[in-house]
Design a protein around this ligand. Structure first.
Ligand SMILES: Nc1ncnc2c1ncn2[C@@H]1O[C@H](COP(=O)(O)OP(=O)(O)OP(=O)(O)O)[C@@H](O)[C@H]1O
Ligand SMILES: [Mg+2]
Length: 271
């Protein structure tokens, strides 16, 4: 009995692998991930060779890229290929120089809400999750100079910025600075270390100017104390990254776009 069951299961697995092999071939051809050579007997189509299949779950394919192909070529057409392999998306990673590991994702990783783990690791923030379920993590201390958050009305700019701010707020390597005429943004920061670098509302316009001048003075002091063999500031808790938020509001067709003075520190825009 056990022997026959095992044989049946093996036959089913073989049929599944055959179906995947055929679907891979057809999908690659349809998506243009192939080379086509015209011969006297008709066109010959070559697709990346399927060298291994693990039925899982999850189903994982190993393929050998064609000469001249890059992993990026495969990633670009992954969403065209996925449904033909019975998947919602493909997670493609490099395996050595010319092979790729392709994991078939059965569920859409962007379907649903992703929790924000707090506090974030110092110097790093979670920006979001990509369509292959990988976290997009950014190192603020090393990589970022300027960031712009842009999008149409109600596209999620504010919510994204709140997520960013809530991660940065607890980071000892960061001071959150900025002037917010609406008087709304800095309310949760009252009484904490960032508040000294924040101005709210329009009651005291001189306070906004004083803040911007203080930021420029701080930047100049950092530049003048920089060792001769460096062109960047070392970010430490004693000398934290100054993240400056500014809003660049612009509506289509407006003859005089509203624009507040720029500073030379890192900035994010959050309409
Ligand atoms: N990642 C997200 N997932 C699901 N819903 C979201 C997400 N981000 C924002 N939203 C929702 O979408 C709506 C618009 O978000 P938000 O206010 O951030 O947009 P906005 O781009 O700042 O809009 P405006 O241009 O009007 O300022 C809100 O109801 C918000 O809860
Ligand atoms: Mg908004």
């Amino acid at each position: 009995m056990g022997f026959w069951t095992a044989r049946q299961e093996r036959a089913l697995d073989e049929r599944e692998v055959d179906a995947l092999w055929w679907a891979w071939r057809q999908a690659c051809e349809g998506a243009g991930l192939c080379t086509r050579v015209d011969t006297v007997t008709g066109p010959t189509v070559t697709v990346p060779r399927l060298v291994d299949v693990v039925l899982g779950p999850p189903v994982v394919l190993t393929v050998q890229l064609l000469p001249g192909q890059l992993l990026g070529d495969l990633r670009r057409v992954a969403l065209r290929i996925a449904p033909h392999l019975g998947a919602v998306a493909l997670r493609v990673t490099a395996l050595g120089q010319i092979h790729a590991r392709i994991e078939l994702l059965g569920a859409d990783p962007l379907d649903g809400t992703v929790g924000l783990p707090l506090p974030a690791a110092p110097g790093r923030v979670l920006l979001g999750r990509d369509e292959t379920a990988r976290d997009l993590v950014q190192s603020w201390a090393d990589d970022v100079a300027h960031t712009i958050v842009q999008g149409v009305t109600r596209s999620g700019k504010s919510v994204f910025t709140y997520g960013l701010l809530s991660q940065l707020a607890a980071d000892p390597l960061v001071t959150l600075c900025g002037s917010d005429p609406t008087g709304l943004l800095w309310r949760p920061f009252a009484g904490i270390r960032h508040a000294a670098w924040q101005v709210s509302g329009v009651d005291d316009l001189a306070a906004h100017e004083a803040l911007l001048l203080a930021l420029v003075e701080d930047m100049d002091a950092r530049i003048s104390s920089m060792p001769a063999d460096r062109d960047t500031v070392e970010i430490t808790p004693a000398q934290p990254l100054r993240v400056v938020l500014e809003e660049l509001a612009r509506s289509t067709g407006s003859p005089t776009p509203r624009r507040r003075p720029r500073t030379r520190s890192a900035s994010a825009s959050a309409p």
